[in-house]
Design a protein around this ligand. Structure first.
Ligand code: NAD
Ligand code: AHE
Ligand code: ZN
Length: 375
């Protein structure tokens, strides 16, 4: 069949909207009509050329929602008409990682996924002249139709709006999951969130749900203060307005009883390795935990004095908020439909596929939280 897609032809170039060929689903694969897709900073990271795994040409996008149109041989867990959210972190329920119960990082198809291919080592997309186009994160939601392995689809309820629940395909689950699954924040905790964009605001939302009492947002964009407050942030720090952001955060959390200071938990939602260091070093001696969510460019490295770890701080990371997609994503959709989590106010812009590059401009200008393309 033919479908319309925004294609990343070369690193650093705007996406080009065009007709592409799409082959039908093979064994274990599913043809999905994408109804809506969010633009995550990770799409921009890959489009820009900063991603060491970036391959071109490719159809980016990994935050979608849609409807199953056709199933390949052997598919049993979804059927035509089902509403689904694609999963860049699949859940095969059979690999050592899935069976370990220690991680959500299913390894069943990670190798081919990282090479822009489906599990049989081929691509379903091509240009009209026959040139192959790579898949992206196993999803390629910047296409009106895409083919996805069955194990990378979460079946969700049919009364949930596509243009909102697409955000659960990455940002919402990553932010809230980082708090509830990865850090396991407890009632009364103190926390700092660095970067109040599409991920950081969901971390704040998750911290509020977990019962954290002091939630400090840190962002260089002053307009993010009001945004953070909408979701439960109690304090805001602009690093450009203080001498030393780490010392400032430690001072803010120092009490007469505890003369050390430092937050119980911190989260990097920027992808900046200097910020990751600040996030670790502002945590409390003895027990502070810092969670890296941001994705850093090829060649970037993190550093700190080993003393920071010797004195009890823990540095960890999370992908997709530690969520097991086929199991957990339908629950996030229920939470949204039951009014337990907010999504609508964070979707600041709705775009057509033709205008998808405006979404990246808005992201760079700091003018959007989430842009969503509706097909
Ligand atoms: P975004 O562009 O919406 O938000 C980034 C925010 O960081 C902005 O508010 C910006 O002003 C702020 N910021 C930039 N530099 C800063 C600095 N030096 N100090 C403080 N704040 C600063 O991006 P997003 O979609 O929220 O994504 C955030 C990061 O998370 C990206 O690196 C993205 O690739 C990554 N990400 C990771 C996962 C995962 O599973 N680990 C999932 C989704 C996104
Ligand atoms: N390709 C990059 C890594 C990018 C990365 O870390 N991706 C996250 C999801 S970001 C979603 O917005 C992830 O899931 N990582 C686990 C994995 O297996 O990729 C690089 O640096 O090579
Ligand atoms: Zn993402």
């Amino acid at each position: 069949m033919r479908t319309r897609a925004a294609v990343a032809l070369e690193a650093g170039k705007p996406l080009e909207v065009m007709e592409v060929n799409l082959d039908g689903p093979k064994a274990g694969e599913v043809l999905v009509e994408i109804k809506a897709t969010g633009l995550c900073h990770t799409d921009e990271f890959t489009r820009s050329g900063a991603d060491p795994e970036g391959i071109f040409p490719a159809i980016l996008g990994h935050e979608g929602a849609g409807v199953v149109l056709e199933c390949g041989p052997g598919v049993t867990s979804v059927k035509p008409g089902d509403h689904v959210i694609p999963l860049y972190t699949p859940e095969c329920r059979e690999c050592p990682s899935c069976l370990s119960r220690k991680t959500n990082l299913c390894t069943a198809i990670r190798d081919t996924q990282g090479r822009g291919l489906l599990p049989d080592g081929t691509t379903r997309f091509s240009m009209l002249d026959g040139t192959p186009i790579h898949h992206y994160m196993g999803c390629s939601t910047f296409a009106n139709h895409t083919v996805i392995p069955e194990i990378a689809l979460a079946k969700v309820r049919e009364d949930a709006p596509f243009d909102k629940i697409c955000y659960i395909g990455c940002g919402v689950t990553t932010g809230i999951g980082a708090v509830l699954n990865t850090a396991r924040v407890e009632i009364g905790a103190t926390a700092a969130v660095f970067g109040l964009g599409g991920i950081g605001l969901n971390v704040i939302q998750g911290l509020k749900m977990a019962g954290a009492t002091m939630i400090i947002g840190v962002d260089i964009n002053p307009e993010r203060k009001a945004w953070g407050e909408r979701f439960g942030m109690t304090h805001f720090v602009n690093p450009r307005e203080v001498d030393n952001v780490v010392a400032h955060l430690v001072e803010m959390t120092r009490t007469p009883a505890d003369r050390i200071g430092g937050v119980d938990y911190s989260f990097d939602c920027t992808g900046n390795t200097e910020v990751m260091r600040q996030a670790l070093e502002c945590t409390h001696r003895g027990w502070g935990e810092s969670v890296v969510i941001g994705v850093a460019p090829a060649g970037a490295e993190i550093s700190t004095r080993p003393f920071q770890l010797v004195t009890g701080r823990v540095w960890k990371g999370t992908a997709f908020g530690g969520a097991r997609g086929r199991t957990d994503v339908p629950k996030f959709v229920d939470w949204y439909m039951d009014g337990r989590i907010q999504i609508d106010p964070m979707i600041t812009h709705i775009l057509s596929l033709e205008d998808i590059n405006k979404g990246f401009d808005l992201m760079h200008e700091g003018a959007s939280i989430r842009s969503v393309v509706v097909f």
